[in-house]
Design a binder for this molecule. Sequence first.
Ligand code: ADP
Length: 490
Amino acid sequence: MSDQQVYAGMKAAFIGSECYPFVKTGGLGDVMYALPRALLRQGCDVRVILPCYLCIPEKYRERMTWKGSFMMNLTQDGRSFHVGIMELDLDGVTYDFIDNREFFDWGNPYTGLWEDIPKYCYFSKAALAALNYLDWIPDVIHCHDWQAALVPVYLRTLFDVTPVGAARSVLTIHNLRFQGICGIDHLKYWTGLPDYLFDYSVFKVNDREANMFKGGLAYTDRITTVSETYAQEIQTDFYGEGLNSHLWYHRAKLTGIVNGIDTDIWNSRTDKLLPAPYGEADALAAKRANKKALQERLGLAVDEGRFMVGLISRLTDQKGLDLIDAVFKQIADDGMQVVILGTGDPRYENAFRYYESVYPGQVCAYIKYDESLAHQIYAGADALLVPSLFEPCGLTQLIAMRYGTVPIVRETGGLKDTVEPYNAYTGEGNGFTFDRYQADLLLDAVRRAERVYYDERGRWDAIVARDMEKDVSWAHSADLYLKLYAELKG
Ligand code: ADP
């Protein structure tokens, strides 16, 4: 029997706070888009449940159809809230948007914990209520990050004896840093959940605080995270974000499954955003043409032969930007071009703006979120920096490899699992790596890459070719998720 037949009839509901192309702030949005499609290709029926944020572009809103609405009680004092269900079908995947003006009428999905806690309490409960309302009962409910972490708790408590209670749950950790921590009374009020859940084995952190992710991890049937290395790391003090003991306790149900990327969106052959699309055969010439176009667009000195390093990232401490800051001058003084695309912490935004002013024509700090420029950097740069302090999986190194751009990464989490270090003796490997979180080691990795680029071009070109051939698609990992679902279905 083929896998397709084994999984035919499997039904999975995805519940999460963001999903490309409706709303995306980071890798979670990519996964919520690409994994359901990959599962669908393998015969699984998938629905994705999302909040109906005001910031969802009009072109999608106008295609949504109204599936119904009802009132749902939520809080400890029995306040009821409206739940509207808007539906949209995109390439075979059904998206159900939970509509409520009180919670989702803000510009951005995340507006600060004080509002976000009630918002995602409401969303988690409404998502389960919507499945009952739609009479679409999945085998598995796949929840993502802290925003959907209450789902497994609601499922086994208030919804246990309702139709959707027949489903099993999987909770995926995309980033353990964000957990949804607030006062115990605040969470009790907004969830309306019984007091016995507010003990140390479920929500309680200390005498004052409760943690939504902690409760979800305790109640879900399976926990996954987005790489095998991160699955190990989060059971340690350094990476565990205060939940390491809790995760160690639940380790029997924890596995790591590495993310892939959507190879239709990230396809250098068909990418309409590229000045010069390319395949493996013409990559070297086309990458030079893309570099030239990028230099012209960004006002950098036009020189196709000059080593160009890119950075596409949220500008936060997680991403290892203090290391880059510490050795920026040495990197720039070597003469290479540096292109930064990102927004976030003003400390880093300002540091990179400053370097742009010191190195005009050589450094570009593009402090924005810009999909089209991201594509052009992936295609035009020679190397991409990802020196993260921690990195659950990381998608930018996968996209870079697919576009023949060589990643320079720290060996942590998914970066360690997806980038094989370049071996100077054999010439093998996918990128340049360093292990300890030290700026001098980052500088060394950048310089090793630069030397191979200028002095051993045959070897560099071989890395480019190898990276483009590497399978970074979802096919294998989607299969692993389906096996997990099948185990849960029993
Ligand atoms: P994280 O989820 O921690 O932000 P990932 O590497 O998993 O990091 O995913 C980042 C995603 O967001 C990638 O698709 C990357 O191309 C995209 N991205 C990050 N910053 C920007 C930006 N400023 N403009 C466009 N895309 C960006």
